[in-house]
Design a protein around this ligand. Structure first.
Ligand code: F6R
Length: 604
């Protein structure tokens, strides 16, 4: 999704803006631009289609000096990717960068055209620039012009406005799309996420829904949706390390896959000590009679896995739904339900909207499982269980997923206590979790075997992933990873479902990836594997050696470390992540920023 950076400083800010944009590249975008204003001087704007690199080259040829500036990476929604549609958008002295969608842009465009404003782009954003300019023409100061403008907008926005006639000021507004203010010494910054600003500050203030702020070099002032002054205090950043560095790795995705043992250990810290699970932070869940989980994409797959755990281990009914479906259907709220949202970013528009709807329709207790402290989801939920994966830069989610699963296993235990989960079972789960970082290390040792195997996928156009029970969502996640970074069409099926249709797809050209731990379903899974073998499919099976799989024929079995079946979904995720990564590298795709995708989907 679009990335925003802004600065009001005494020094030149073009390089700070550019670095900020580079650090937001992971969010996904198709064009980039910036505008800088010298004090009392004219605003200069530069925009390029394509990567931030192209903007950096243009800036190197035409350096722009000045201490106030705004910058943007655009992920096209209204209007194709082009230089004319790239931000900042201009209306006379006004420059605007915007993240979100203005839903009533067509009618506003018509009104503004009737007033004589000429449009240079096909974007919804340009109406904001002209609206602010029209209020300025009526004599409003910049801040008041933005406040008046937002009252006319329907939709979502995080926006930053610069005005040639108000140098050394930026006005920002948030409704639906997050913005953080960064404080330096005698300078202030604004960005759509902290990562953009970590090279210049560690102190941030988080804007809330409906806020407007006036940002100047030495101060910032925030107003709520009623235009009343409100405090949004500065806090030290909790982003532990500067994740904007790939280190020895070729891609962020690979780095993040390898960070999983540490990310899981961090997620367990303080929650698992001396073999005991400390789950007090989750409060009293003894009254919960039903769990409803809502999430999107990879986070939805974590939710699907948790459903198996929560029902079989804790004995609590659990329902899982994709946020974009939940938010547009009338669902029934059962009494004493716990509403759980799962999100890496905590800013996914559909998940946030679903949470808000859930509260409106009567859910009394809400829990967010999230990786970003201070995110909207965390702030708007009653409780939060943080995943502590550290910043995830690769668009394809990896360490966020496995740490979500760890958090969900903790939730399962918290729900199961006092119900059907025995003390003995809890002890076994605690022991398995304690062992998990080491098991993930062992799974990572499969890397070179998987790299070799990946060659066999590079020429394929389709693939099937099979699993059963709690491994079915892991097969779904494996298929999603392959699709999103290698662009190979992949589908996952619960293996027992094959005979109801998908078996028709099997021939010698179809690779079939199977996840096969040695659990209570393995004999059933073996029968499903035989159904595929009999039809000549090319099988790649990630299996526990103790499962005793038949290796005859067109079958490759890759042994996975033996582990407790309750945590096996987490362990079996690793080889599937590595497989999709290596296939994508062989295919030469943009692994960290796959086409058409955004890291954090802050629009509907
Ligand atoms: C896939 C992926 C997406 C996200 C989805 C939800 O690798 O990353 O499917 O999982 O967009 O994002 P969050 O978890 O931030 O709500």
């Amino acid at each position: 999704m679009c990335g925003i950076v802004g600065a009001v400083a005494q020094r030149d800010v073009a390089d700070i803006l550019l670095t900020g944009l580079q650090r937001l590249e992971y969010r996904g975008y198709d064009s980039a631009g910036l505008a800088v204003q010298a004090s009392q001087g004219q605003v200069q704007r530069l925009r390029r289609l394509g990567k931030v690199e192209a903007l950096a080259e243009a800036l190197a040829q035409t350096p722009i000096q000045g201490g106030t500036g705004i910058a943007h990476t655009r992920w096209a929604t209204h209007g194709q990717p082009s230089e004319a549609n790239a931000h900042p958008h201009q209306s006379g002295p006004i420059m605007v960068v915007h993240n979100g969608i203005i839903e009533n842009h067509s009618e506003l465009r018509q009104q503004l055209q009737q007033q004589g404003f000429e449009f240079q782009s096909q974007t919804d954003t340009e109406v904001i620039a002209h609206l602010i300019a029209s209020f300025r023409q009526q004599g409003h100061a910049l801040l008041q012009a933005v406040m008046a403008t937002r009252k006319q907008l329907t939709g979502a926005y995080g926006m930053v406005v610069m005005d040639e006639q108000s140098p050394e000021q930026l006005v920002v507004a948030r409704s639906g799309s997050p913005l953080v203010i960064g404080a330096g010494i005698g300078e202030h910054f604004i960005a759509s996420d902290q990562l953009a600003l970590l090279p210049v500050t560690q102190r941030f203030a988080f804007l809330e829904e409906g806020d407007v702020a006036l940002i100047e070099r030495r101060s910032y002032q925030v107003f709520d949706s009623q235009d009343q002054v409100v405090e949004r205090p500065l806090v030290e950043s909790t982003v532990e390390h500067d994740a904007g560095d790939k280190g020895q790795f070729r891609h962020y995705m690979l780095k993040e896959i390898y960070e999983q043992p540490q990310a899981i250990a961090n997620t367990l810290e303080g929650r698992l000590e001396n073999g005991q699970l400390n789950l007090e932070a989750l409060g009293d869940l003894s009254q919960v009679e039903q769990v409803q989980i809502i999430a999107c994409g990879t986070s939805y797959h974590a939710a699907m896995t948790a459903r198996y755990w929560i029902e079989s281990l804790a004995g609590v009914p659990c329902n899982v739904e994709i946020a974009s479906e939940f938010r547009y259907r009338r669902s029934v709220v059962r009494p004493s339900s716990l509403l759980v949202t799962i999100s890496q970013s905590g800013e996914t528009a559909d998940t946030l909207a679903a949470l808000r709807l859930a509260k409106d329709i009567g859910y009394q207790q809400t829990l967010a499982i999230c990786n970003v402290p201070g995110s909207s989801l965390v702030r708007e939920s009653d409780m939060a269980l943080m995943t502590r994966a550290g910043a995830e830069i690769g668009v394809a989610s990896t360490k966020a997923f496995t740490t979500q699963l760890v958090a969900l296993m903790l939730l399962t235990v918290a729900l199961g206590r006092g119900r059907q989960l025995s003390t003995e079972q809890e002890k076994d789960i605690a022991a398995a979790l304690a062992h998990l970082p080491a098991l993930i290390e062992k799974s990572l040792a499969m890397n070179s075997d998987i790299e070799a195997l990946a060659q066999r996928f590079a020429e394929k156009h389709h693939a099937l992933f099979l699993g059963r029970g709690s491994q079915y969502p892991i097969a779904m996640e494996g298929a999603l990873k392959l699709k999103e970074i290698s662009y190979i069409h992949a589908e996952a099926y619960a293996a027992g479902e094959l005979k109801h249709g998908p078996l028709a797809l099997i021939d010698a050209e179809m690779p079939i990836v199977v996840v096969a731990p040695n659990n209570e379903l393995v004999e059933k899974l073996k029968s499903n594997i035989e159904e595929v073998r009999a039809r000549g499919g090319e099988l790649f099976i990630f299996a526990d050696e103790a499962a005793g799989l038949n290796t005859e024929g067109n079958v490759m079995v890759l042994p996975v470390v033996h582990c407790d079946n309750r945590i096996a979904p987490i362990v079996y995720t690793i080889p599937l992540q590595l497989l999709s990564y290596h296939v994508a590298v062989i295919k030469g795709t943009d692994v960290d920023q796959p086409r058409n995708l955004a890291k954090s989907v802050t629009v509907e």
